[in-house]
Ligand binder design. Structure first.
Ligand code: ADP
Ligand code: GN1
Ligand code: MG
Length: 376
């Protein structure tokens, strides 16, 4: 009988876990989290009577070709934020930045018998990640968190961060790949997605706006997270606000608008990313307003007029790139995103396009909100 993939990975982790600089007795190890990319596990240790928990992730090396460079970026970023919190004497610092656990020989990763790369973090206790924002107040906290993250990294010294995934938010190269997948139609799925394809083709030129603006120097390159969907921001269980931006694999040079756009995509909607009942997929302008208030409370000082001008467009743009990526993965046979049902990626694509329609229906109101909140 085949060993389920997760079981296999836990065994690999069990073998290498002693190589991380964690002390005490391992009491429990189990799969954890809802990410699309990495395999995440949670361990519980008895450290002289105290229960201490850690997360361990097998880095997806189909997605990240150079895990050592990813870990180099993460270590620099996490340490920079931690130092900043310490210099500013911010309380509860250990829950406000990820802490990377090194291996006993001082590396930020350990390799398993299968050649897989593992990393470990301190588990952030009494916090949770959510798939949907519960209130405009929560949207505001999420916006503030992502804005703060960008601000904290604005003065990161040293060489340019590695490009963990080259062209990650390059709409033009994403379209090239989409066209290839469509032409090949290896899994005979183009027929079931004709409507979605037509919409994405109609919107191809418009979708290039962010990447063209960057290339032409109208918006600046900044260090950004590149994956600020709301379940990558941990919230305090006790209601004390947002704590920590996690999932740092894609932190690299990009545009502030990539992060802002992904917040709009995930925080302003009233339905999860794979909701099939599209009547629930609604762009909620009250959440949009609150999200923008939060984001600008940290980012207003450094954003330039050209970035402000593109705030509404960026939400549509990042929603479009996700619709495109989900559909490309569907056409290519679902080898990028974890799926839980056969048409999962097609459902996700339909959901993203429904969100764009809802944004388009409320475009003027969104522009009005931006104007009101960005007036100097
Ligand atoms: P993926 O790239 O697969 O999305 P993430 O790094 O986002 O992986 O981790 C998946 C989930 O695991 C997160 O959404 C979060 O719930 C949880 N998680 C990961 N690291 C931590 C941590 N250090 N503390 C608390 N929860 C964590
Ligand atoms: C992936 O890793 P996770 O689940 O936070 C993806 C993002 C997408 C997101 C869509 C490295 O994010 O780009 O926006 O799924 N991450 C990568 O849910 O491709
Ligand atoms: Mg994640």
């Amino acid at each position: 009988m085949a060993i389920p993939a997760e079981r296999g990975k836990i065994s690999l982790l069990e073998e290498i876990i002693p190589q991380f600089a964690i002390y005490g007795e391992l009491e429990n190890l189990k799969p954890f989290g809802k990410g699309h990319i990495n395999d995440t596990f949670l361990s519980t240790w008895n450290q002289a009577g105290a229960r201490v928990r850690y997360t361990h992730q097998r880095i997806n090396d189909h997605v990240f070709a150079k895990p050592d460079e990813v870990m180099d970026n993460i270590l620099r970023v996490a340490n920079h934020i931690a130092k900043k919190l310490s210099d500013q004497e911010i309380p509860d610092r250990s829950r406000r930045a990820l802490t990377v656990i090194l291996s006993r020989d001082g590396k930020p990763w350990v390799k398993d018998a299968d050649g897989g790369w593992w990393r470990s973090y301190c588990f952030i206790e009494n916090a949770h990640a959510r798939e949907l924002a519960e209130s405009p107040e929560e949207a505001k906290l999420l916006g503030q968190s992502a804005g703060l993250f960008q601000k904290q990294l604005a003065d990161l010294g040293g060489p340019r961060l590695f490009e963990a995934i080259p062209n990650f938010h390059n709409m033009e190269t994403r379209y090239t790949r989409f066209h290839e997948a469509l032409d090949k139609d290896e899994h005979k799925r183009a027929k079931t997605s004709e409507k979605e394809t037509a919409f994405l083709l109609e919107n191809e030129k418009r979708g290039g706006v962010l990447i063209r603006s960057m290339r032409e120097g109208r918006i600046p390159e900044r260090i950004c997270h590149n994956d600020t969907k709301m379940n990558n921001i941990l919230l305090d269980d006790a209601g004390g606000g947002s704590l920590c931006v996690i999932d740092l694999d894609t932190v690299m040079p990009g545009s502030s608008l990539f992060d802002w756009g992904d917040l709009v995509r995930t925080v302003t909607t009233r339905a999860e990313e794979d909701e099939r009942d599209l009547s629930k997929v609604i762009f909620d302008t009250a959440y949009f307003r609150a999200l923008l208030e939060g984001y600008l409370s940290e980012a207003r000082d450094f954003l330039i007029p050209e970035e402000l001008k593109l705030l509404v467009e960026a939400g549509r743009n990042i929603t479009q790139i996700m619709g495109l990526r989900f559909l490309t993965d569907y056409l290519e046979g679902d080898h990028y995103y974890h799926i839980a049902r056969p048409d999962h990626n097609l459902d996700r694509c339909r959901n993203q396009l429904a969100l764009i329609h809802s944004m388009d229906n409320q475009w003027d109101e969104a522009e009005r909100i931006v104007k009101e909140l960005t007036i100097a």
